[in-house]
Design a protein around this ligand. Structure first.
Ligand code: HPA
Ligand SMILES: [Zn+2]
Length: 347
């Protein structure tokens, strides 16, 4: 028996794996290119329809990233970053999202001469407005691009010192092409960032295309307390026990995994194995403009392909997402109470 879609719509949801640059829909990309006089490469699709067609399938993570980084070129002014994030908040405010922890990739902008402060100011202003207008609480997570060099990442961390110290940047993440760049390469970058603020939270993409050892190495060498994707953790039973014991949450991205051909269908994700091993995970959209769905779409597809999950299973997933969020106990209690209210209504 599947649960009702109305229940999943109303269930208070927390998102932990969302790249703000990955919310750039084709129908915003082209107007921004025009507004900022940015010429896209000749080989890039020239219309919204052609671009949407391209987004129906990617060969792998790198194929997607090639489009993703071209897309970032249209973001120039502080207002562009604000508009981008606000479009995302408007959409997910209608999908039951109550809390969002948001990645952004400063190096994809600083390499084009756009300052870290411009990018962060635009995104942060949108976060403040999202709280006011939609009641969505937020955290910003600055990602290091693993295809760049360690000295470049150290420079970024140093330039972010004040933003890390004042908490504007709440966490550090690690993204981009995974397999050639194992997590331990970035050990010094993580420890430097943490030295700026002991309350800084740490996470990293691992075990998306890379093996389970990348997940263990991220835990051992980067001291992360969360793993992004992490689905290949299921290759290692001892690792699953460790994740369960330490309550290390995996931020899983079902539609992304299918679009990047990490898995052939959502139903083949090892989610039942995670449930059975008591490994906490949340369901997320990753780069929704590219992967064909926002957070609710991910919940709905998982429900269709895991029809054995009942209301209790879904409520536990929603609660694990709250408990894995980097928020105060007060905010956790608020969201947990909202979940109980919805549970009462449907069960
Ligand atoms: O899914 C992803 N994986 C790695 N890097 C990324 N950068 C944006 N999205 C992703
Ligand atoms: Zn990601």
């Amino acid at each position: 028996m599947t649960v009702s879609e109305q229940f999943l719509q109303e269930l208070p949801k927390c998102e932990h794996h969302l790249h703000l640059e990955g919310t750039l829909e084709p129908d915003l990309l082209f107007p921004l290119a025009k507004r900022n006089n940015v010429t896209l490469p000749d080989t890039f699709p020239q219309t919204v329809e052609e671009l949407q067609q391209k987004y129906t399938q990617f060969k792998d993570l790198q194929d997607f990233l090639n489009y993703y980084y071209i897309g970032t070129n249209v973001l120039i002014q502080e207002q562009d970053f604000y508009d981008l994030a606000m479009e995302y908040f408007k959409k997910v405010s209608k999908q039951g999202l109550v809390h969002a922890e948001l990645f952004y990739d400063p190096q994809s902008h600083t390499e084009r001469g756009i300052s870290l402060d411009t990018v962060t100011a635009g995104f942060n202003r949108a976060c403040i407005d999202a709280q006011q207008q939609f009641g969505i609480s937020t955290r910003l997570i600055m990602c290091l691009l693993r295809h760049t060099t360690v000295p470049e990442c150290l420079d970024l961390v140093n330039s972010a010192k004040a933003l890390i110290q004042d908490g504007t940047i709440h966490g550090i993440g690690l993204d981009s092409a995974e397999k050639p760049f194992p997590p331990e390469l970035f050990k010094d970058c993580y420890s430097l960032a943490k030295s700026f603020n002991p309350n800084l939270q740490l996470t990293a993409h691992a075990g998306e295309e890379g093996p389970a050892t990348y997940v263990s190495n991220a835990l051992d060498h980067l001291n992360v307390t969360r793993i992004d994707h992490g689905i290949n953790s299921t290759q290692d039973v001892e690792l699953l026990k460790r994740l369960a014991n330490d309550r290390t949450m995996l931020s899983v991205c079902p539609l992304s995994n299918v679009k990047l051909q990490v898995i052939d269908k959502v139903g083949n994700l090892p989610l039942q194995q995670l449930v059975d091993n008591n490994v906490p995970f949340s369901l997320n959209s990753d780069d929704p403009a590219y992967f064909g769905g926002y957070i609710l779409d991910n919940y709905l597809q998982v429900n269709r392909e895991f029809p054995q999950w009942d209301y209790n299973t879904w409520i536990q997933i929603a609660k694990n997402a709250v408990l894995g969020s980097w928020i105060t106990e007060k905010r956790q209690d608020e969201i947990l109470a909202q979940i109980d209210q919805v549970a009462e209504k449907f069960m």
